[in-house]
Design a binder for this molecule. Structure first.
Ligand SMILES: CC(C)(COP(=O)(O)OP(=O)(O)OC[C@H]1O[C@@H](n2cnc3c(N)ncnc32)[C@H](O)[C@@H]1OP(=O)(O)O)[C@@H](O)C(=O)NCCC(=O)NCCS
Length: 254
Protein backbone atom coordinates (compact mmCIF):
# COMPACT_ATOMS: atom_id res chain seq x y z
CA UNK A 1 0.00 0.00 0.00
CA UNK A 2 1.34 3.40 -0.99
CA UNK A 3 2.21 5.97 1.68
CA UNK A 4 -0.55 8.26 0.34
CA UNK A 5 -3.21 5.57 0.67
CA UNK A 6 -1.98 4.67 4.15
CA UNK A 7 -2.23 8.36 5.17
CA UNK A 8 -5.79 8.63 3.80
CA UNK A 9 -6.72 5.48 5.74
CA UNK A 10 -5.28 6.88 8.99
CA UNK A 11 -7.08 10.23 8.54
CA UNK A 12 -10.36 8.49 7.68
CA UNK A 13 -10.01 6.14 10.65
CA UNK A 14 -9.46 9.05 13.01
CA UNK A 15 -12.27 11.18 11.60
CA UNK A 16 -14.57 8.18 11.63
CA UNK A 17 -13.64 7.52 15.24
CA UNK A 18 -14.10 11.17 16.24
CA UNK A 19 -17.36 11.72 14.39
CA UNK A 20 -19.47 9.04 16.03
CA UNK A 21 -18.65 10.37 19.51
CA UNK A 22 -20.44 13.71 19.03
CA UNK A 23 -22.94 12.29 16.55
CA UNK A 24 -23.78 9.55 19.02
CA UNK A 25 -24.13 12.14 21.80
CA UNK A 26 -26.67 14.10 19.73
CA UNK A 27 -28.50 10.91 18.78
CA UNK A 28 -28.67 9.93 22.47
CA UNK A 29 -29.98 13.36 23.46
CA UNK A 30 -32.70 13.20 20.79
CA UNK A 31 -33.59 9.64 21.81
CA UNK A 32 -33.80 10.68 25.47
CA UNK A 33 -36.22 13.51 24.70
CA UNK A 34 -38.38 11.29 22.48
CA UNK A 35 -38.55 8.63 25.21
CA UNK A 36 -39.40 11.02 28.03
CA UNK A 37 -41.58 13.64 26.36
CA UNK A 38 -44.70 12.23 24.74
CA UNK A 39 -45.15 15.58 22.99
CA UNK A 40 -41.90 15.21 21.00
CA UNK A 41 -42.79 14.23 17.42
CA UNK A 42 -39.70 14.40 15.23
CA UNK A 43 -35.92 14.63 15.43
CA UNK A 44 -36.02 18.04 13.71
CA UNK A 45 -38.49 19.32 16.33
CA UNK A 46 -36.29 18.08 19.19
CA UNK A 47 -33.10 19.50 17.71
CA UNK A 48 -34.50 22.87 16.67
CA UNK A 49 -37.20 23.65 19.21
CA UNK A 50 -36.18 22.15 22.57
CA UNK A 51 -34.33 24.70 24.69
CA UNK A 52 -33.29 21.94 27.13
CA UNK A 53 -31.45 20.23 24.27
CA UNK A 54 -29.71 23.47 23.25
CA UNK A 55 -28.69 24.09 26.87
CA UNK A 56 -27.18 20.60 27.23
CA UNK A 57 -25.31 20.80 23.90
CA UNK A 58 -23.86 24.22 24.81
CA UNK A 59 -22.96 22.89 28.25
CA UNK A 60 -21.01 20.00 26.71
CA UNK A 61 -18.86 22.56 24.83
CA UNK A 62 -18.55 24.87 27.87
CA UNK A 63 -17.60 21.96 30.16
CA UNK A 64 -14.93 20.79 27.70
CA UNK A 65 -13.41 24.31 27.68
CA UNK A 66 -13.68 24.47 31.51
CA UNK A 67 -11.76 21.21 31.83
CA UNK A 68 -9.06 22.65 29.57
CA UNK A 69 -8.99 25.66 31.96
CA UNK A 70 -10.32 28.11 29.35
CA UNK A 71 -12.54 29.52 32.09
CA UNK A 72 -13.53 32.78 30.40
CA UNK A 73 -14.54 31.11 27.12
CA UNK A 74 -16.39 28.41 29.08
CA UNK A 75 -18.32 31.01 31.06
CA UNK A 76 -19.06 33.01 27.89
CA UNK A 77 -20.67 29.95 26.26
CA UNK A 78 -22.59 29.18 29.44
CA UNK A 79 -23.93 32.76 29.50
CA UNK A 80 -24.83 32.54 25.82
CA UNK A 81 -26.78 29.39 26.66
CA UNK A 82 -28.50 31.21 29.51
CA UNK A 83 -29.61 34.13 27.34
CA UNK A 84 -30.87 31.86 24.57
CA UNK A 85 -32.58 29.21 26.71
CA UNK A 86 -33.23 30.70 30.17
CA UNK A 87 -31.26 27.75 31.60
CA UNK A 88 -28.08 28.54 33.49
CA UNK A 89 -25.63 25.66 33.82
CA UNK A 90 -22.24 26.51 35.26
CA UNK A 91 -19.54 25.10 32.95
CA UNK A 92 -18.00 23.29 35.94
CA UNK A 93 -21.12 21.15 36.53
CA UNK A 94 -20.64 17.47 35.74
CA UNK A 95 -23.56 15.96 33.85
CA UNK A 96 -23.98 12.34 32.83
CA UNK A 97 -25.68 10.77 29.81
CA UNK A 98 -29.38 10.90 29.07
CA UNK A 99 -29.97 14.18 30.89
CA UNK A 100 -33.30 15.82 30.04
CA UNK A 101 -34.38 19.34 30.99
CA UNK A 102 -38.09 19.64 30.20
CA UNK A 103 -39.39 23.17 29.48
CA UNK A 104 -36.28 24.47 31.21
CA UNK A 105 -36.89 28.17 31.82
CA UNK A 106 -35.49 29.27 35.18
CA UNK A 107 -33.23 26.25 35.75
CA UNK A 108 -29.96 26.96 37.61
CA UNK A 109 -27.23 24.35 38.05
CA UNK A 110 -24.21 25.27 40.20
CA UNK A 111 -20.51 24.80 39.56
CA UNK A 112 -19.92 21.75 41.77
CA UNK A 113 -23.22 20.03 40.99
CA UNK A 114 -22.93 16.44 39.78
CA UNK A 115 -25.67 14.72 37.83
CA UNK A 116 -25.65 10.99 37.09
CA UNK A 117 -27.08 9.23 34.05
CA UNK A 118 -30.69 9.46 32.86
CA UNK A 119 -31.81 12.25 35.18
CA UNK A 120 -34.76 14.52 34.37
CA UNK A 121 -35.41 18.00 35.69
CA UNK A 122 -38.21 20.45 34.99
CA UNK A 123 -38.54 24.23 34.75
CA UNK A 124 -37.62 26.31 37.78
CA UNK A 125 -35.31 23.72 39.34
CA UNK A 126 -32.26 24.96 41.25
CA UNK A 127 -29.34 22.71 42.09
CA UNK A 128 -27.65 25.37 44.16
CA UNK A 129 -25.65 26.20 47.24
CA UNK A 130 -26.85 27.40 50.64
CA UNK A 131 -24.08 29.97 50.94
CA UNK A 132 -22.70 28.09 53.97
CA UNK A 133 -20.39 25.65 52.22
CA UNK A 134 -17.08 26.04 50.45
CA UNK A 135 -15.53 23.69 47.87
CA UNK A 136 -18.18 21.10 46.99
CA UNK A 137 -21.25 23.20 47.72
CA UNK A 138 -23.86 21.97 45.23
CA UNK A 139 -25.92 18.76 45.14
CA UNK A 140 -25.15 15.38 43.65
CA UNK A 141 -27.95 13.57 41.84
CA UNK A 142 -27.29 9.89 41.29
CA UNK A 143 -28.68 7.97 38.28
CA UNK A 144 -32.34 8.12 37.20
CA UNK A 145 -33.31 10.97 39.52
CA UNK A 146 -36.32 13.16 38.68
CA UNK A 147 -36.57 16.69 40.11
CA UNK A 148 -40.04 18.23 39.73
CA UNK A 149 -40.89 21.72 38.56
CA UNK A 150 -39.79 24.52 40.89
CA UNK A 151 -37.94 22.22 43.30
CA UNK A 152 -34.74 23.45 44.97
CA UNK A 153 -31.98 21.09 46.03
CA UNK A 154 -29.54 23.10 48.12
CA UNK A 155 -26.09 22.36 49.49
CA UNK A 156 -23.75 19.39 48.94
CA UNK A 157 -26.55 16.87 49.56
CA UNK A 158 -26.92 13.58 47.70
CA UNK A 159 -30.08 12.34 46.07
CA UNK A 160 -29.90 8.56 45.69
CA UNK A 161 -30.55 6.66 42.45
CA UNK A 162 -34.13 6.32 41.19
CA UNK A 163 -35.45 8.94 43.61
CA UNK A 164 -38.05 11.61 42.88
CA UNK A 165 -38.12 15.12 44.23
CA UNK A 166 -41.66 16.50 44.16
CA UNK A 167 -42.56 19.73 42.41
CA UNK A 168 -41.77 22.77 44.60
CA UNK A 169 -39.96 20.76 47.29
CA UNK A 170 -36.92 22.25 49.01
CA UNK A 171 -34.33 19.55 49.69
CA UNK A 172 -31.76 20.39 52.37
CA UNK A 173 -30.85 16.88 53.56
CA UNK A 174 -29.75 13.73 51.71
CA UNK A 175 -32.47 11.68 50.05
CA UNK A 176 -31.87 7.89 49.98
CA UNK A 177 -32.24 5.85 46.78
CA UNK A 178 -35.65 4.71 45.47
CA UNK A 179 -37.43 7.41 47.46
CA UNK A 180 -39.92 10.23 46.96
CA UNK A 181 -39.26 13.46 48.86
CA UNK A 182 -41.90 16.19 49.13
CA UNK A 183 -42.51 19.48 50.93
CA UNK A 184 -40.52 22.28 52.55
CA UNK A 185 -38.14 21.23 53.97
CA UNK A 186 -38.45 18.03 51.94
CA UNK A 187 -39.20 14.78 53.74
CA UNK A 188 -39.15 11.25 52.38
CA UNK A 189 -42.76 10.06 52.03
CA UNK A 190 -42.08 6.91 50.03
CA UNK A 191 -39.19 4.44 50.04
CA UNK A 192 -39.01 1.40 47.74
CA UNK A 193 -42.61 2.07 46.73
CA UNK A 194 -43.89 1.89 50.30
CA UNK A 195 -45.38 4.89 52.09
CA UNK A 196 -43.16 6.13 54.91
CA UNK A 197 -45.00 7.25 58.01
CA UNK A 198 -43.89 10.80 58.65
CA UNK A 199 -45.52 13.60 60.49
CA UNK A 200 -46.06 15.56 57.31
CA UNK A 201 -49.38 17.22 56.84
CA UNK A 202 -49.17 18.52 53.28
CA UNK A 203 -52.43 20.42 53.66
CA UNK A 204 -51.78 22.17 56.97
CA UNK A 205 -48.10 22.74 56.35
CA UNK A 206 -46.80 25.67 58.45
CA UNK A 207 -46.76 28.86 56.44
CA UNK A 208 -43.67 30.92 57.39
CA UNK A 209 -45.34 34.18 56.28
CA UNK A 210 -48.43 33.47 58.39
CA UNK A 211 -46.20 32.52 61.34
CA UNK A 212 -44.32 35.82 61.02
CA UNK A 213 -47.62 37.74 60.82
CA UNK A 214 -48.85 35.94 63.96
CA UNK A 215 -45.64 36.89 65.77
CA UNK A 216 -46.11 40.54 64.69
CA UNK A 217 -49.74 40.44 65.77
CA UNK A 218 -48.76 39.16 69.22
CA UNK A 219 -46.14 41.91 69.54
CA UNK A 220 -48.73 44.50 68.48
CA UNK A 221 -51.18 43.21 71.11
CA UNK A 222 -48.43 43.39 73.74
CA UNK A 223 -47.62 47.00 72.77
CA UNK A 224 -51.30 48.04 72.83
CA UNK A 225 -51.77 46.38 76.24
CA UNK A 226 -48.74 48.29 77.57
CA UNK A 227 -50.06 51.53 76.03
CA UNK A 228 -53.50 50.99 77.56
CA UNK A 229 -51.92 50.36 81.00
CA UNK A 230 -49.83 53.53 80.60
CA UNK A 231 -52.90 55.56 79.60
CA UNK A 232 -54.87 54.17 82.55
CA UNK A 233 -51.99 55.05 84.89
CA UNK A 234 -51.81 58.59 83.50
CA UNK A 235 -55.60 59.01 83.75
CA UNK A 236 -55.50 57.81 87.38
CA UNK A 237 -52.65 60.22 88.08
CA UNK A 238 -54.60 63.11 86.50
CA UNK A 239 -57.73 62.29 88.51
CA UNK A 240 -55.70 62.11 91.73
CA UNK A 241 -54.05 65.50 90.96
CA UNK A 242 -57.42 67.03 90.08
CA UNK A 243 -58.91 65.65 93.31
CA UNK A 244 -55.95 66.94 95.33
CA UNK A 245 -56.29 70.40 93.72
CA UNK A 246 -60.04 70.40 94.40
CA UNK A 247 -59.50 69.58 98.11
CA UNK A 248 -56.84 72.29 98.42
CA UNK A 249 -59.14 74.94 96.81
CA UNK A 250 -61.92 73.84 99.15
CA UNK A 251 -59.60 74.15 102.18
CA UNK A 252 -58.44 77.63 100.99
CA UNK A 253 -62.05 78.83 100.59
CA UNK A 254 -62.80 77.74 104.14
C1 LIG B 1 -43.72 13.50 43.75
C2 LIG B 1 -44.23 12.96 42.45
C3 LIG B 1 -43.07 12.63 41.54
C4 LIG B 1 -45.05 11.69 42.68
O1 LIG B 1 -44.20 10.68 43.21
P1 LIG B 1 -44.82 9.33 43.76
O2 LIG B 1 -43.71 8.52 44.30
O3 LIG B 1 -45.66 8.71 42.70
O4 LIG B 1 -45.66 9.83 44.99
P2 LIG B 1 -47.27 9.87 45.20
O5 LIG B 1 -47.95 10.48 44.03
O6 LIG B 1 -47.70 8.53 45.66
O7 LIG B 1 -47.36 10.89 46.41
C5 LIG B 1 -46.87 10.58 47.69
C6 LIG B 1 -47.38 11.64 48.65
O8 LIG B 1 -46.75 12.90 48.34
C7 LIG B 1 -47.73 13.91 48.07
N1 LIG B 1 -47.21 14.75 47.00
C8 LIG B 1 -46.98 14.42 45.73
N2 LIG B 1 -46.46 15.45 45.06
C9 LIG B 1 -46.37 16.45 45.92
C10 LIG B 1 -45.91 17.80 45.82
N3 LIG B 1 -45.42 18.29 44.66
N4 LIG B 1 -45.93 18.57 46.92
C11 LIG B 1 -46.42 18.09 48.10
N5 LIG B 1 -46.87 16.83 48.25
C12 LIG B 1 -46.84 16.03 47.19
C13 LIG B 1 -48.97 13.14 47.63
O9 LIG B 1 -50.13 13.87 47.87
C14 LIG B 1 -48.86 11.91 48.50
O10 LIG B 1 -49.32 12.24 49.80
P3 LIG B 1 -50.34 11.24 50.57
O11 LIG B 1 -49.60 9.96 50.67
O12 LIG B 1 -50.56 11.94 51.88
O13 LIG B 1 -51.55 11.16 49.71
C15 LIG B 1 -45.17 13.97 41.72
O14 LIG B 1 -46.27 14.27 42.54
C16 LIG B 1 -44.46 15.26 41.34
O15 LIG B 1 -44.36 16.20 42.11
N6 LIG B 1 -43.97 15.26 40.08
C17 LIG B 1 -43.32 16.43 39.51
C18 LIG B 1 -43.73 16.49 38.08
C19 LIG B 1 -43.52 17.85 37.49
O16 LIG B 1 -42.80 18.69 38.01
N7 LIG B 1 -44.14 18.07 36.37
C20 LIG B 1 -44.03 19.32 35.68
C21 LIG B 1 -44.55 19.11 34.30
S1 LIG B 1 -44.54 20.61 33.42
Amino acid sequence: MSAKLRLIKIVRKNTDAAEPAWKQEIREIVQTVKERDPAARSTAEVLLLYSGVHAILLHRVAHHLYQKEHFFAARAISQLGRSVTGIEIHPGATIGKGFFIDHGMGVVIGETAEIGDNCTIYQGVTLGGTGKDVGKRHPTLHDNVMVGAGAKVLGPVEVGSNSKIAANAVVLRPVPENSTAVGIPAKVVKKDGVRVQVDLDQVHIPDPVAQELNRLNEKLNEVSRALEALEAKQAAKKTATRKRKGTQEHDNEE
